[in-house]
Design a protein around this ligand. Structure first.
Ligand SMILES: NC(=O)C1=CN([C@@H]2O[C@H](COP(=O)(O)OP(=O)(O)OC[C@H]3O[C@@H](n4cnc5c(N)ncnc54)[C@H](OP(=O)(O)O)[C@@H]3O)[C@@H](O)[C@H]2O)C=CC1
Ligand SMILES: O=C(O)C1=N[C@H](C(=O)O)C[C@H](O)C1
Length: 328
């Protein structure tokens, strides 16, 4: 059994109801006041989720594995992979006797029940391929596996509907980087509060990613929706520029060579009809650590929801961000 011991501030009134086991760490310590609520310091002791990272040996799943090891969360030694993939994945934090076994689609059904018996607190993280989003989600739903879906693309409406119908816990988001999710949240609120603020403005979007990225950025698609709700005019065929050429990325965007295989540069530019006003929003990321950190936060969030038997079961990263304590 794996346990976590961590010090934190918890609402003194809910201490007894929290799903984990608590001990008052030191009653002599003073209670803290945050956002007009009173918290007391506690030693938190709870069992941990067991995380199955699917999509190995891919880039995002490898980075999530690094963060899980950094944060000392238990990793399940199995991963769903593609049909043509290797069988074993070795990580420097695992001994050579303990590699992660990669399960191809044709092997999954015969192995999953035994895995779930051995790892009853399993949460799946999915960083696979746009073509695999819906079939992987159906697999998690069939076997009642809570999941964090980071993979973009696929039929998003079907993904949400099938997850709601299956009644399992899940976090689904095309961007797990909390700082970027904060920007998305604000833009969503702008759309709600000022629906026509960019009426007749033209939106133009540039997104640059590694050459291997299969589809248009899922983050860009969501942010475009917010600006369209604010009245902006946008046509995918004319107003979206996807950059996948390493030459352009180096020359034009000055992406350092070591990040050509992993970066995400987004610019959203709004121009008024007479071109006298231009407003731009930008988020540029080198590497993948920001998403992997947010993914592991989403796993912990989902685990807490499962422990609490929360009635709401489907979440996005805005929910994760909103619920975090102020200093996290
Ligand atoms: N939400 C977020 O914050 C972020 C989301 N992403 C998204 O995550 C996804 C993965 O990105 P990235 O890691 O860079 O891509 P990679 O191509 O590096 O990795 C994807 C891996 O999934 C494997 N795979 C393909 N099909 C399946 C399947 N049916 N089941 C299991 N595994 C499969 C691939 O194998 P093979 O190569 O043999 O096909 C590959 O090993 C993309 O959709 C990307 O947009 C990325 C970054 C952040
Ligand atoms: O594939 C990537 O790399 C990324 N994918 C996500 C997306 O499609 O928006 C998030 C980020 O852009 C990195």
């Amino acid at each position: 059994m794996n346990f976590v011991y961590s010090h934190g501030l918890y609402d003194k009134n809910t201490t007894g109801k929290y799903p984990c086991y608590y001990k008052a760490r030191n009653d002599k310590r003073r209670y803290s006041i945050l956002n007009n609520r009173t918290y007391k310091p506690v030693l938190l002791v709870c069992c941990l989720p067991q995380v199955m990272v699917n999509g190995l040996p891919g880039k995002m799943s490898s980075e999530v594995l690094n963060v899980l090891f950094e944060r000392k969360l238990p990793v399940v030694p199995y991963s769903l992979t593609a049909e043509n993939q290797i069988e074993l994945f070795y990580h420097p934090k695992l001994s050579n006797q303990q590699p992660i076994s990669l399960l191809r689609p044709s092997q999954r059904a015969s192995r999953v029940e035994r895995i779930l018996e051995d790892y009853p607190r399993l949460i799946a993280v999915d960083y696979t391929h746009p073509d695999a989003v819906n079939s992987n989600a159906l697999f998690y739903q069939k076997y009642q596996i809570p999941f964090v879906m980071g993979t973009t693309g696929g039929d998003r409406e079907q993904l949400v509907q099938s997850t709601l119908q299956s009644n399992i816990y899940a976090v689904i988001a095309p961007n797990m980087g909390k700082q970027i999710v904060a920007l998305q949240t604000i833009l969503n609120r702008m759309a709600q509060n000022f629906p026509g603020v960019f009426q007749n403005y033209r939106l133009q979007v540039t997104e640059s990613h590694q050459q291997t990225k299969a589809e248009t950025s899922g983050t860009a698609k969501e942010i475009i929706q917010s600006f369209v709700k604010m009245g902006a005019h946008f046509e995918y065929s004319e107003d979206l520029r996807m950059i996948r050429s390493p030459v352009e990325q180096q020359q034009e965007l000055k992406i350092p060579p070591e990040y050509l295989s992993g970066h995400a540069f987004h610019t959203y530019r709004l121009t008024s009809p007479d071109k006298s006003v231009e407003i731009a929003f930008q988020h540029n990321v080198l590497g993948r650590n920001i998403y992997a950190q947010g993914t592991v936060d989403a796993v912990v969030f989902l685990w807490n929801k499962i422990q609490q038997k929360a009635s709401k079961k489907l979440y996005n990263m805005m929910d994760v961000l909103t619920e975090q304590l102020p200093n996290n």
